[in-house]
Ligand binder design. Structure first.
Ligand SMILES: NC(=O)c1ccc[n+]([C@@H]2O[C@H](COP(=O)([O-])OP(=O)(O)OC[C@H]3O[C@@H](n4cnc5c(N)ncnc54)[C@H](O)[C@@H]3O)[C@@H](O)[C@H]2O)c1
Length: 317
């Protein structure tokens, strides 16, 4: 049986259901005991980012062959435990990069041209022709230079920007960097020189709250920060203060330290646009991800090869 513990479904899963029994419970992630019970007979588990796939859970799922993660980021899956128990973890990494890049640009453009603010005032009958700023000709900083950052850099080709990127683990070819008008730089250089700073970092012990009041104070007063990686990378209290004090000009936050947030932070600030972790979610990216996952599950359950395994186990037992 294939168990889907979150809101994942599409025509591809519909087709899969003709070959394998599927239990689909979009709210199951909320109840770890119920999840454990259902998983005891499952051969495949499909999750987004809410199901906590812990070592305990994996150990209790004796028939489990594959965990399929719809989306990028593996924070909610104990990959080492899956490796130890011989379970394949497949994820469609990088497939939603274009979607994230478009949302990054959308947030930057909306903040630059005050689109939300002027939409509200125009609806209220005002005719407030407030000048915005242009992205063209500016410096754009990327923190992290993986799939989503590169997709953003590709889109920025049309904007004639200079790009600075910080990622000590990435080793891009010089010709590729040149094609993007991009230069790899230090963290401090990227932060202090950018008119736009988009954050594409995963949450790790090194990146947690890497953006704090100290770093924010080195940014330009006119700078716009876009956060589309993981919310934990930013100290939100420090960012809120910086936005109130005019240390930076604005922020677009797709991801938050706590999701969904239980506080009202940022909600009264006109220089912030908030989004519900939606950057990677478009009809196109979801369809592409589901196609990959369904093919991985089919292969895992019928002795075939997995091509999107992200852990040490590359072939289902
Ligand atoms: N908002 C969304 O909807 C959405 C969608 C996709 C991905 N994400 C998240 O965005 C993050 C990036 O996604 P991606 O697809 O670009 O991932 P990726 O793995 O392709 O790239 C991440 C990059 O971060 C770099 N990195 C890791 N630790 C670093 C550090 N300490 N300092 C500097 N660089 C470091 C890595 O070298 C890598 O190049 C992930 O956490 C992912 O979960 C969010």
């Amino acid at each position: 049986m294939i168990l889907i513990s979150e809101d994942v479904w599409s025509a591809d899963f519909e087709a899969l259901a003709k070959s394998f029994p599927i239990i689909r419970e979009p709210e199951l992630w909320r109840n770890q005991d119920a999840l454990r019970g259902k998983l005891s007979t499952a051969t495949a588990l499909v999750v987004r980012n809410r199901t906590q796939v812990t070592r305990d859970l994996i150990a209790s799922a004796k028939n489990l062959k594959i965990i399929a993660r719809a989306g990028a980021g593996l924070d909610n899956i104990d990959l080492k435990a899956a490796d130890d128990h011989g379970v394949v973890v497949s994820a469609a990494l990088g497939i939603n990069a274009t979607a994230v890049a478009e949302q990054t640009l959308a947030l930057a453009l909306a903040l630059s041209r005050k689109i939300i603010e002027l939409d509200s005032s125009t609806r209220e009958g005002q005719w407030n022709r407030k000048a915005g700023v242009e992205i063209s000709g500016k410096t754009w900083g990327l923190l992290g230079f993986g799939a989503t950052a590169r997709a953003t850099a590709e889109l920025l080709k049309g904007f004639n920007v200079r790009i600075l990127a910080y990622d000590p683990f990435a080793k891009p070819e010089k010709s590729y960097l040149d094609s993007l008008n991009c230069q790899m730089s230090s963290l401090d250089e990227v932060i202090s020189n950018s008119d736009y700073l988009s954050v594409h970092l995963p949450a790790t012990t090194e990146t947690r709250e890497i953006i704090d009041s100290k770093k924010l104070s080195t940014m330009q007063k006119s700078a716009i920060l876009i956060s589309v990686g993981r919310g934990e990378v930013i100290n939100e209290a420090d960012l809120e203060q910086a936005l109130r004090d005019g240390v930076i000009a604005g922020a677009g936050l797709d991801v938050r330290a706590q999701e969904p947030p239980t506080d009202k932070r940022f909600t009264d600030l006109g220089n912030v646009i908030l989004a519900p972790h939606i950057a990677g979610i478009t009809h196109e990216s979801q369809a592409a991800i589901d196609r990959v996952l369904v093919s991985e599950i089919r292969a895992a359950l019928s002795g075939g090869q997995q091509s999107h395994a992200v852990g040490a186990i590359k072939q289902a037992k």
